[in-house]
Design a binder for this molecule. Structure first.
Ligand code: FES
Ligand code: FES
Length: 173
């Protein structure tokens, strides 16, 4: 934004003023100022992934970044991916595969998985894939490595990986 213009952040397609208090995290802005409580606070220290959102299409931990740093950015939360009536393909895959128990980690898992498949499509290597020459496959190991920042206290990992693999195959088809 040019000087003097109001600093705003695009959130799920609408503009919101940057909080006056520069100490507010993007996570707290989403939950408390904008009322988007789908994004969860687990640890507030970058260790659980429950707060994962997309900023300009890239996944980040929203607890680790200040809202004021995102003037002009486009943020997508779990509410922006789809709705109960019209879920995104990844949201539907989590339902179909029973990929949650308490559901607290689920918005972060789905946001993370959505961006993660884009990273694979764009050829971004991971520790699991750095020795692979050619297109990266979304194997179960590759998915586990790339989703390792998203912790599930309930241990729903097997079904989470199944849901993501289904979507990875869908993308490849
Ligand atoms: Fe952000 Fe745990 S709440 S990583
Ligand atoms: Fe409970 Fe993952 S479903 S923390």
């Amino acid at each position: 934004n040019s000087e003097g213009a109001q600093a705003t952040i695009g959130i799920n397609g609408s503009q919101h003023p940057v909080p006056a208090d520069p100490r507010v995290s993007l996570l707290d802005m989403l939950r408390h100022q904008v009322g988007l409580t789908g994004t969860k606070k687990g640890c507030d220290h970058g260790q659980c992934g429950a707060c994962t959102v997309l900023v300009n299409g890239v996944r980040i931990n929203s607890c680790l970044t200040l809202a004021v740093m995102h003037d002009g950015d486009e943020v997508t939360t779990i509410e922006g991916l789809g709705t109960a009536e019209k879920p995104s393909a990844m949201q539907q895959a989590f339902v179909d595969h029973d990929a949650y128990q308490c559901g607290y980690c689920t918005p972060g898992q789905i946001c993370s998985a959505t961006a993660m498949l884009e990273e694979i499509a764009a050829g971004w290597p991971s520790d699991a894939s750095e020795n692979i020459d050619g297109p990266i496959e979304a194997s179960a190991d590759e998915i586990r490595e790339r989703m390792s920042g998203n912790i599930c206290r309930c241990g729903a990992y097997a079904n989470i990986v199944d849901a993501i693999r289904e979507q990875a195959k869908g993308d490849a088809a």
